[in-house]
Design a protein around this ligand. Structure first.
Ligand SMILES: [Zn+2]
Ligand SMILES: [Zn+2]
Length: 359
């Protein structure tokens, strides 16, 4: 069987004919080197394959030796949050809902994290970061400025799934290059059409996917980024003085989001290599993962809940960088007073102007 005959012209789709050295299209008169057509056919073949997402199963670890069992589980009677903390933890307001005090329960079936990024920002610094942040909030209700209230912030290690993998990808694009020139008689436009094939491997490490349903995804993504170079092997000593949330979104449930993040980042890296062309449109793409690993990690966040007019306002402060995330309400009373004052000044100014005009 003559396989060369099966190549179709990339420009017009007509069958190509081998002309001794090259492949020729009788229909549109283009010629192509055999090697190019072979490469292209292989690439198109790869790019049209179904994407493969292969992750090694997450290996759960449990707490083993007795040193590690100075921990206890607590739960919130109001929102149901399940939190791990120091055995000696006094009464603490629930960091997720701020509504009620968490109560001690059984320490069983709790999984040991693989990695942890220890708190770098202490409570004093986190409080100062919050105070610096609300300075820009207009007409802020006094509740948010109360030292006593701000002091209620709790240091919580939030569970994240970390994904590592190598991503092999094949992407084909259609693209153009347009050139213009003129002579004394005419303006010319030449359009070259290209079929681009990109293949390569992108390595990913520490792609975080939030493992807690209670921690609002938008908040958790806003509080990122973390510097994962500070991640260390988990040791329960790091939990001393802090709380640790337990994941309630399993590794398996998080895989889809990790796949999306890896695929989108890979495609965007590949897209960057097509800058010199115009009208670049992706045609087919296929990715496959290898060395996929999933690890259970804890990341540090200071959480603060402040109630105002029956509504709870939640703030999160990155425990590594001090970045503050949250929305402040406006005190309508303060706003009104301010406008009366401004209106009063304007009225006085108008009265002065009127006085000078009349006299
Ligand atoms: Zn042709
Ligand atoms: Zn709660």
């Amino acid at each position: 069987m003559d396989t060369i005959n099966t190549y179709k012209c990339p420009c017009c789709g007509a069958p190509l004919v081998f002309s001794g050295t090259e492949l020729h299209c009788d229909s549109c008169d283009n010629t192509f080197p055999v090697e190019t057509m072979q490469q292209m056919s292989e690439g198109m073949d790869q790019a049209s394959r179904e994407s493969k997402y292969d992750w090694e199963n997450y290996q759960p670890r449990s707490y083993e030796n007795s040193n590690e069992i100075n921990l206890a589980n607590y739960s919130c009677p109001s929102c149901g949050a399940e939190i791990t903390g120091d055995d000696t933890l006094g009464s603490t307001v629930c960091p997720y809902c701020g509504q009620s005090t968490i109560v001690k329960g059984q320490f069983e079936g709790t999984l040991k994290p693989d990695y942890i990024i220890p708190f770098k920002v202490d409570k004093k610094t986190a409080m100062a970061a919050f105070e610096a942040d609300f300075k820009n909030a207009p007409f802020l209700p006094d509740e948010f400025k109360s030292k006593k209230k701000i002091e209620e912030m709790a240091g919580v290690y939030v569970p994240f799934w970390m994904f590592d993998c190598d991503c092999d990808a094949y992407i084909t694009y259609n693209a153009e290059k347009v050139t213009h020139w003129s002579d004394s008689n005419y303006n010319y436009t030449k359009t070259d059409y290209f079929k681009l094939l990109r293949a390569g491997t992108v390595g990913f490490s520490n792609i975080p996917v939030d493992g807690s349903q209670k921690a609002d995804d938008a908040y958790m993504e806003a509080v990122e980024p973390y510097n994962y170079e500070d991640a260390v092997d988990f040791n329960s000593a790091y939990l001393s003085g802090y709380l640790a949330d337990k994941y309630d979104v399993s590794a398996e449930e998080s895989i889809e989001r990790a796949n999306e993040r890896v695929k989108n980042s890979t495609i965007s890296v590949f897209n960057d290599t097509t800058d010199m062309f115009q009208m670049v449109t992706p045609e087919q793409s296929s990715v496959s993962f290898s060395n996929g690993k999933i690890r259970y990690s804890l990341l540090p966040v200071w959480m603060l809940n402040i109630k105002y007019l029956d509504k709870m306002y939640q703030f999160a402060i990155n425990g590594q960088t001090g970045k503050v995330v949250g929305n402040y309400p406006v005190d309508e009373g303060k706003k009104k007073k301010f406008f009366w004052k401004v209106a009063g000044i304007a009225y006085a100014a108008a009265a002065v102007v009127a006085y000078f005009l009349l006299h």
